[in-house]
Design a protein around this ligand. Structure first.
Ligand code: NAP
Length: 310
């Protein structure tokens, strides 16, 4: 039988890696499964300017590398592997990775959420080159530019309004002729002179310049099917997020969208299983809040082991 770990951390964004730093410094020798996108969502952004401590900003991938090294310095063990499933029905918990099973007294689920994209050709190549899914992170880079926000929900409306602080013009591209967003937010959007609506439209292609930077899109009319190219300097995707909870196969309580529900502190409904970061956060979704949440989960693990570990 494999050794029973004190804690296994699943996920390697700011929440998972901060949990790794804290549990490692508590001498718990955490085992971290980093998943398919080691470093999480920050590895697909470029400059991070709102993470405290970096006066000139820092590249997202570099920030995550630093966090990983900091955790490893205290004995955290990292594997670039994907957790297929877990079994929380008995203790120790079982974590299935490839053909192996790992055992743990506690788990920290920090698998994050993934912004939804349109799923059109070469989309990932434009991420960080004019295409973003985080207005708070990247809005600043679009000062005095003309940009589009895709979506018709509260996120799209909120982000479009927010982006008018920077952008010269914000076009909201929506596939239907009415918004899903709440009325009060719609009213605010419609009153904003920098915003124009592009109803019944969807993006079918991103257009690059010779360096690969986004300089335009092909817009399709969802009613007539007609297509036209239009220049644009940035596109923000706001068509929702998907929490990465499928591998849990319903063993933990979630809200209707699949986000983990935490009760007191970072506890899930299964004792000894804790959640941190975007996988349990539909509101803030920031690197710094995820890191803080990861710290809390690590302290909750420590306290749980103190109270329950014989
Ligand atoms: P959402 O409410 O699910 O809206 C997603 C939007 O994207 C919808 O308008 C949808 O169009 C569109 N969409 C989805 N897939 C698309 C595709 N493939 N192509 C084009 N458009 C697509 O997601 P959200 O706006 O991120 O909000 C998530 C939750 O957080 C909601 O409950 C929301 O109320 C809440 N939230 C609240 C606030 C706030 O109160 N301040 C702010 C942000 C979010 P259709 O309308 O045609 O389906």
């Amino acid at each position: 039988m494999p050794e029973v770990e004190n804690t296994i951390i699943i996920g390697s964004g700011p929440a998972g890696l901060t949990a790794a730093i804290y549990t490692a410094r508590a001498n718990l020798r955490p085992l971290v499964f980093e998943g398919l996108q080691p470093g999480g969502q920050l590895t697909i952004t470029t400059e991070v300017e709102n993470y405290p401590g970096f006066v000139d900003g820092i590249q997202g991938p570099e920030l995550m590398d630093i966090m990983r090294k900091q955790a490893e310095r205290f004995g955290s063990r990292h594997f670039y592997e994907f957790v297929d499933k877990v079994d929380l029905s008995e203790r120790p918990f079982k974590v299935y990775v490839g053909g192996n099973v790992h055992l743990a007294k506690t788990l920290i689920i920090a698998t994050g959420a993934s912004a939804r994209y349109l799923g059109i050709e070469d989309e990932e190549k434009f991420q960080g080159r004019g295409l973003s899914a985080c207005a708070t992170c990247d809005g600043f880079f679009f000062r005095d530019k003309e940009i589009m926000v895709v979506g018709g929900g509260d996120s799209a409306v909120e982000e479009a309004n927010f982006l008018t602080r920077f952008a010269k013009k914000v076009y909201v591209v929506h596939r239907r002729d009415s918004l899903r967003a709440s009325k009060i937010m719609q009213d605010r959007l419609m009153a904003n002179p920098k915003v124009s609506m592009l109803w019944n439209k969807t993006i079918t292609k991103y257009l690059p310049d010779e360096t690969g930077q986004l300089v335009g899109v092909t817009l399709q009319d969802t009613k007539t099917g007609e297509e036209a190219d239009t220049p644009i300097e940035g596109v923000f995707m706001a068509i929702g997020h998907t929490p990465n909870t499928a591998f849990l196969e319903g063993q933990l309580s979630t809200d209707d969208s699949g986000y983990l529900l935490v009760t007191a502190h970072t506890n899930t409904n299964v004792e000894g299983v804790f959640a941190a970061g975007d996988v349990a956060d539909t509101r803030y979704r920031q690197a710094i809040t995820a890191a803080g949440h990861g710290c809390q989960a690590a302290i909750d693990v420590e306290k749980w082991l103190e109270a329950n570990d014989e």
